[in-house]
Design a protein around this ligand. Structure first.
Ligand code: EPZ
Length: 431
């Protein structure tokens, strides 16, 4: 298993290109199941999770071409054509779903198109229990009969799904995406109230419109969908990744550097930009994206994670790394996932001063972090340790790099191009 070695202490200077959003791509890809025509996705990131979704869709019968190659071959092309002319299999097996929870996003489209689906129930994960009860309840309201059998969600509907008025009791990104996809092929109107407004949901809605769906209220908390008998093919470009953008913005800030994030969508970064500016980081829009620089001191602040447009839970660990190096104390409160502080003991080993009390963490800034061997159990925790390593004195060795490879494309190349002393050690982990 690969590891990453960092010799910290270099101020990053230069340009970092931002790729397509992983979490948008992971819902746009299963949308291909809604039509027998070709959905062509450009700006697709080259990540392990994308390959996992490609493998899942392939076993449902989706034919794929990536710059003329099969994406499972690992080519670095950026345009993926997906054609679900015929769905050969409506089961999403345990072996693929356990590797990636986003696999559950095939449930809504398969049920809407084929009238049945059998999807392995995702288990808990490192950051929380993450149930899918709200996905299932919404589909039941649309007429699906759902049973849990031998670890699988077995869903069926006779005829088409029926439009329904769905009110989510809490914001759920995946629940909104599954329901939205199902509603495009349902009979009649579906209203989704308290819908997630995350840019990845908006990207899905815009893609579905390009495929012929009728959706009003895109980008708001109420989506109104008029179901259609069929959708058609489309060409669609995946939105730039706001979490990759935010992660590299923190890389610039934590090393007191000056970096331009080329291809970033500044308009989607409002809450992150606001928080960084409050800490003393200079953030400005540029014609190509945004620039992040540190001219003075970084100061501690209090933040709380919230659904979009609030501060994203997927940026909490990265911000904690930055605040560990700030002047003064900060308080971070995590409101989305119940177990998203797995990076804290590792950061503590690097000299950070963090105390967790329930959902909140008090971070007292220290003058220096110090390099150490570390590992993490999820994607954002892993990248936060890379960020801490960039700022730390001495050598940091990050184990379990496969978490990083799920969500960050060529992370060491992008950082090295800005001066970071970072390298990948191939297959050298003792695990
Ligand atoms: C998506 O997960 C993202 N994943 C996550 O990114 C992200 O952290 C999360 O949204 C919140 O923004 C993808 O898009 C693939 P939710 P999702 O449904 O859809 C509870 C990353 O690092 N809930 O909005 O699974 C749930 O337990 C990943 O890239 C229910 O109780 O998140 C959580 O507490 C990690 N029942 C809250 O809602 C349900 O049926 C929000 O979850 C569904 C969710």
């Amino acid at each position: 298993m690969d590891r990453i070695r960092i010799h910290g202490g270099v101020s990053l200077k230069g340009i970092i290109p931002i790729g397509g959003a992983k979490n948008a791509a992971l819902t746009l890809m299963p949308a291909c199941l809604l039509t027998d025509e070709t959905l062509s996705l450009s700006n697709l990131p080259h990540l392990v999770d994308i390959t996992t979704m490609a493998n899942l869709l392939a076993q449902h019968g989706v034919r794929m071409a990536l710059n003329g190659h099969d994406p499972r071959g690992g080519h670095t092309g950026r345009v993926l054509e997906l054609t679900a002319a015929e769905i050969l299999n409506t089961t999403a097996p345990y072996d693929l779903v356990r590797r990636m929870r986003a696999s559950v996003l095939v449930l809504g489209p398969l049920l809407a198109r084929c009238g049945r689906a059998r999807v392995s129930l995702p288990g808990g994960c490192a950051i929380g229990t993450r149930p899918v009860n709200l996905h299932l309840k919404a589909l039941e309201q649309m007429g699906a009969v759902i049973d849990l059998q031998e670890g699988y969600i077995a869903a069926e509907v006779s005829g088409r799904l029926k439009g329904a008025h769905i009110i989510f009791p809490q914001v759920t990104v995946g629940g909104t995406e599954n329901t939205l996809m199902a509603a495009t092929l349902a009979e009649g109107e579906t209203v989704i109230a308290n819908a997630a407004r995350e840019p990845e949901v908006t990207d899905l809605a815009n893609c579905l419109v390009a495929m012929g769906a009728h959706i009003e209220g895109i980008g708001t908390g109420t989506l109104r969908i008029q179901g259609m008998e069929r959708l058609h093919g489309a060409q669609y470009s995946v939105v730039p990744d706001r979490i990759e953008t935010g992660s590299y913005a923190v890389a610039a800030a934590i090393t007191r550097g000056d970096v331009e994030l080329v291809g970033a969508r500044f308009d989607l970064m409002e809450s992150v930009t606001k928080v960084l500016r409050e800490c003393g980081v200079t953030v400005e829009e540029t014609p190509r994206g945004m620039r992040v620089a540190v001219l003075g001191d970084i100061t501690g602040i209090d933040i709380m994670t919230e659904p979009y447009p609030g501060f994203p839970t997927d940026m909490q660990a990265q911000l904690m790394a930055l605040l560990s190096t700030a002047n003064g104390a900060s308080m971070i409160t995590e409101t989305i996932f119940e177990n998203r502080y797995m990076h804290v003991p590792e950061m503590t080993r690097m000299g950070a001063n963090i105390n967790v009390h329930g959902a909140s963490a008090i971070v007292r800034g220290v003058p220096h972090l110090s390099g150490a061997p570390v590992m993490a159990t999820d994607l954002r925790a892993s990248v936060s340790l890379v960020l801490a390593g960039l700022a730390a004195e001495g050598e940091t060795l990050i184990n379990r790099v496969y978490h990083l490879d799920r969500g960050y494309e060529r992370v060491e190349e992008k950082l090295a191009a800005c001066g970071a002393r970072i390298e990948r050690l191939k297959g050298e982990s003792p695990e």
